[in-house]
Design a protein around this ligand. Structure first.
Ligand code: DP6
Length: 368
């Protein structure tokens, strides 16, 4: 069997319109459309190596590969997966392997039959951010693993690269597959803005926004008490769930038009409302739960006074306590010093918009 080692990198993404509630849990199909910004250096690297034995092997080690374009202060953290987390990921590896022949055939990529039938895979992943911190590690992990595993069955790099570069539909087919592992991962394949509805995700047309900077006010890195998969179920017991899908559809359309007219103020207001609505669903479920910490409340109070002003930042929270802030990249320095001054007790992570998943290394000598 020919040796091959693939290293893929996929960023996290941050939603302004949230995926919260599934119409089909077995396929991670969402109740409503969502829209996110793809990040850049908050990411996962998946390192996949073919091995002789059949069966998948998970090595909880940091990949030996380190992309050179990451900020030097970014640490690689190998995820400390629970046994159910590991099982979920390995099940996904098998799902990708099964789906690969049909995808290759559709896009004219040549399958390495021998490797596909006989090879086992060594898989290593690492993140540039703490897992379970409310930064969507499952999004970047499943996207990176899907891409690395899918590419590891290709006969040659040239045909893969040609299709990857010329046909965005390949990314979207892999995004669909990745969604089966974790819904929001389908928005990490391209960027900087991605819309996801039903089975499909794509880049919305006509966006006229300046390049954005992104900050995370890291309020806590403790594992969350309620997983986002659990949150997807529990929110439906809230009285506020009624007509949520209708409201989100309307908000998505308003958000898209604000993005097309570069109306950052409107965008900030819509994202703010959406965040509060999602967290209100958590707080009013029949068994209420919260991700907020005292620092989250402090940040929400601080930003609420910005929302009525002429140039508010875009502020949102995922299913976690940390606060995400997005501003025009021209104002990045100003906002960084403002946030550092205001939130002295908390680390501030800095990132920007990105273009999605990519292969970083294709090594036919196996371990490089
Ligand atoms: C709050 O994609 O983590 O981040 O499909 O069950 O893996 P599963 O859920 P997941 O949900 C993310 C929810 C969110 C909002 C969002 O990113 O849209």
């Amino acid at each position: 069997m020919r040796k091959l080692r693939i290293v893929a990198r996929a960023p996290s993404n941050i939603a302004l319109i949230k995926y919260m509630g599934k119409s089909d849990s077995s396929k991670n199909l969402p109740d409503n459309p969502s829209l996110s910004m793809t990040l850049n250096s908050l990411c996962t690297v998946a390192d996949v190596e073919r091995i002789e034995k059949s069966g998948d092997h998970w090595l909880p080690e940091t990949p030996r590969f380190r992309p050179t374009d990451l900020p030097s202060d970014r640490m690689w953290v190998s995820p400390d997966l629970s046994s159910s987390g590991r099982e979920k990921l390995l099940k996904h590896v098998e799902r990708v392997r099964e789906a690969v022949p049909a995808i290759y055939e559709k896009f004219g990529i040549v399958l390495d039959q021998e490797a596909w039938r006989g090879a086992g895979l060594h898989l290593r992943t690492a993140n540039t951010f703490p897992a379970s911190s409310g930064i969507a590690s499952s999004a970047s992990s499943f996207a990176a693993v899907t891409l690395a595993v899918a590419a590891s069955f290709a006969l040659d790099e040239v045909s893969w690269n040609r299709v990857w570069g010329e046909q965005p539909e390949l990314k979207r087919a892999l995004a669909q597959l990745s969604r089966r592992g974790s819904g929001s991962s389908c928005r990490s394949f391209e960027g900087p803005w991605v819309y996801w509805e039903g089975e499909s995700s794509w880049i919305p047309s006509g966006i006229q926004l300046p390049e954005m900077a992104h900050f995370v006010i890291l309020i806590s890195t403790q594992p969350k008490q309620v997983s986002s998969s659990e949150a997807h179920l529990r929110i439906k017991t809230s009285p506020l769930w009624e007509r949520r899908v209708e409201r989100v559809r309307m908000r998505s359309n308003q958000l898209l038009s604000a993005m097309r007219t570069s109306d950052l103020r409107k965008l900030a207001q819509l994202a703010w409302t959406e965040t509060w609505e999602m967290h209100s669903l958590f707080h009013t479920a029949s068994e209420p739960f919260t991700y907020w910490e005292p620092g989250t409340v402090e940040a929400l109070q601080y930003f609420s006074s910005w929302m009525g002003q002429a140039s508010p930042p875009i502020v949102t929270l995922d299913a976690g306590p940390n606060v995400h802030v997005m501003v025009d990249r021209n104002d990045q320095k100003l906002w960084l010093s403002r946030l550092k001054e205001q939130f002295r007790d908390f680390q501030i992570l800095e990132d920007g918009q990105g273009l999605g998943a990519k292969i970083e290394e294709w090594n036919t000598n196996g371990v490089g």
